[in-house]
Design a protein around this ligand. Structure first.
Ligand code: GCW
Length: 608
């Protein structure tokens, strides 16, 4: 992460006083003969214009933060050798471009793979101001503007809203403000009950007053706080259901409290039965969010945003787009992505996400969602992301959140150029490795849309039946004849939650895109795929290919001139990935061979 800040030579030893000042510093860092004027046009807000004048100088115009984004866009182009047109105008596609940290106040990070929290330690704020400025700079440089600093699972002590902690929270907000970054806090729905109110019922006037007073106090300290993020009635968190209320009742009550200050309530839709009986064939977990929220479409206050995970399950390698993102037409929506590699290799395996995100954005109708959020992959490790190459995910997420039309290969190449000094052929080799890394990981882990074959709890490494007899609603039901779940009209009916054109694309196993086949269909191992292979042969082939591709990745990485300490970390993590890819390949293939009895037509080793 830091590589390119140091390339840009931006001095962060002192805090900038405003986005404009930071924009000037950023532009001054280029070179003494680089000429650029800044013109603040408040009406442009976050947008900017860059003009390349005939005399070779530049003019960056923008609103308060727009000039900052313009300055960064300009130097990103200069340093990555991109041609700039004579004039360029750019406006963010989504007003809120959020990073959600799952940091706990004890200093741990839920699903964190880059060390401990950047903000907290031992129940209190504890941070290095320089690192905060670096983080602000990372965010501003790719246009991200909201930072939720604490975990949606609010563990106590998590007293951010209380008098004692507010001055420190406000000081942190001050640090981020010049970077155009506003803070957000996760709150616990039952918090009033810790302060002498006997209930958290959203329709109880005492509860509403408690939140009103709390919001007033918090906004006195941090007038530009972006709002509150809420995980309610989800995986054991408290919520309106306890009181027989629905989620519009809950979210709107909080929304009333923050509305006078322009605050938002970002309400997560990760609601499902996490105590399912695996014998129960009626309940199909991916259906849950739609069942809870679609009846409430249009009932949420204007300052509520429903934040929906991109898929109906939980950040698996391959999932369809959540039906909520297509169907909730009268509700503000945010799509939630996950930079933290929970199910995607723990920042040990290389997994570049932008090709996956592009698929998601491409499926979203124009103007359908109004914001994006991503679970952070940062921590206190020196390089911020544990694996140096995981930084590409943070960087490209920002570019896509600004403009979802951003080309994946361009974004990855830009990151490489800002991070390493590679010859063009090395740059191309790394870009192509990164861009294919998700598909490679998918091949050795998750056959054709099934997912969940991971070790329970920590979600790293293969365990084909790890989630099969558990409470989480995550079953593949592989037996000796067939595998997958029928989610069409003849099965659980999940597919019926989608618009008709979408249903049409996936309903028939003969025409359903291969990579979603076992998400939507239950099929015999002898099923003939479009390319003539049997389903079981395709599963074997994918897993062998995934491992072979990983071996090839390792060769390429060894040949590339990464500087230290990156090289050492990259190569040692690659050794782990290689070992694990073999485990995945052999365990999953053996699992299916033992069930199906089918031989590999190429006679490769699968264990009996
Ligand atoms: O799948 C789960 C993760 C939890 C996480 C939860 C969520 C923050 O395993 O660690 O909790 O998703 O998104 O709320």
């Amino acid at each position: 992460m830091k590589a390119w800040l140091s390339k840009l030579n931006i001095d962060l030893s002192a805090a900038p006083s405003s986005p404009e000042e930071l924009a000037r510093t950023v532009l001054a860092s280029v070179s003494p003969d680089f000429r650029c004027r800044i013109e603040t046009v408040p009406a442009l807000e976050e947008s900017f214009r860059i003009r390349n004048d005939p005399d070779g100088s530049f003019t960056v115009s923008g609103g308060g933060t727009g000039v900052l984004y313009g300055a960064f866009a300009l130097i990103r182009s200069v340093f990555s050798g991109k041609e700039l047109p004579d004039s360029l105008e750019s406006a963010p596609r989504y007003p809120l471009r959020m990073i959600n940290c799952w940091d706990n106040m004890d200093g741990s990070v839920e699903r964190g793979y880059s060390g401990s929290s950047l903000f907290f330690e031992a129940g209190a704020f504890h941070y290095d101001p320089l690192r905060m400025r670096e983080l602000g700079c990372f965010m501003a440089s790719v246009g991200l503007n909201v930072l939720c600093i604490n975990n949606v699972n609010v563990h106590f002590p998590a007293q951010l809203l209380l008098e004692d902690y507010l001055p420190e929270a406000a000081a942190l907000a001050d640090l981020f403000r010049p970077f155009g970054v506003r803070l957000m806090f996760s709150v616990d729905f039952s918090q009033p009950m810790r302060h002498g109110i006997p209930t958290a019922d959203p329709l109880d006037p005492a509860v509403q007053s408690w939140w009103n007073e709390t919001a007033a106090r918090v906004y006195r300290a941090i007038p530009d706080l972006a709002g509150f993020l809420v995980k309610a009635d989800s995986e054991g968190r408290p919520g309106p259901f306890t009181y027989g209320r629905n989620h519009a009742d809950g979210a709107n009550m909080l929304a009333r409290a923050v509305a006078p200050y322009g605050g938002k309530i970002v309400w997560r839709c990760f609601v499902y039965n996490c105590r399912q009986d695996w014998r129960d064939t009626k309940t199909d977990r991916p259906m849950a969010a739609w069942e809870h929220y679609s009846p409430l479409d249009g009932q949420f206050a204007d300052n509520v945003i429903l934040q929906v995970k991109h898929g109906p399950f939980d950040f698996q390698v391959r999932e369809p787009l959540s039906p909520l993102l297509l169907g909730m037409k009268h509700t503000n929506l945010a799509m939630e992505l996950q930079l933290a590699q929970e199910y995607t290799g723990h920042q040990i395996d290389i997994y570049t996400m932008i090709p996956m995100w592009k698929e998601l954005f491409d499926e979203l109708p124009e103007d359908h969602i109004m914001s994006v959020a991503a679970v952070s992959n940062l921590g206190r490790d020196d390089n911020y992301t544990g694996h140096p190459l995981a930084a590409v995910n943070f960087f490209t997420y920002g570019l896509l959140a600004w403009n979802p039309q951003t080309d994946a290969a361009d974004a990855v190449t830009e990151w490489i150029r800002l991070t390493y000094h590679f010859a063009p052929e090395d740059e191309r080799a790394l870009a192509s490795l990164l861009l294919s890394s998700r598909r490679t990981y998918e091949k050795y882990t998750a056959p054709l849309g099934i997912g969940w074959m991971v070790s329970p709890h920590d979600h790293y490494g293969p365990n084909p039946s790890g989630y099969e007899y558990d409470l989480w609603g995550t079953y593949h039901k592989a037996n000796r004849d067939a595998v997958g779940i029928d989610r069409t009209a003849s099965g659980t009916g999940y597919l019926l939650q989608y618009p008709e054109a979408y249903q049409h694309k996936y309903a028939d196993p003969e025409t359903c895109p291969d990579l979603y086949l076992l998400f939507y269909h239950r099929l015999p191992y002898s099923f003939r795929m479009k390319d003539g292979r049997t389903l079981i042969q395709r599963i074997y082939d994918d897993h062998f290919e995934g491992y072979e591709e990983t071996k090839a990745m390792a060769e390429i990485l060894r040949s590339l001139p990464f500087p230290e300490p990156d090289r050492n970390v990259i190569l040692s993590r690659m050794d782990r990935q290689l070992y694990d890819a073999k485990e995945w390949c052999d365990i999953i293939n053996t699992f299916f061979r033992r069930l199906s009895g089918a031989d590999d037509t190429h006679g490769r080793t699968i264990y009996d």
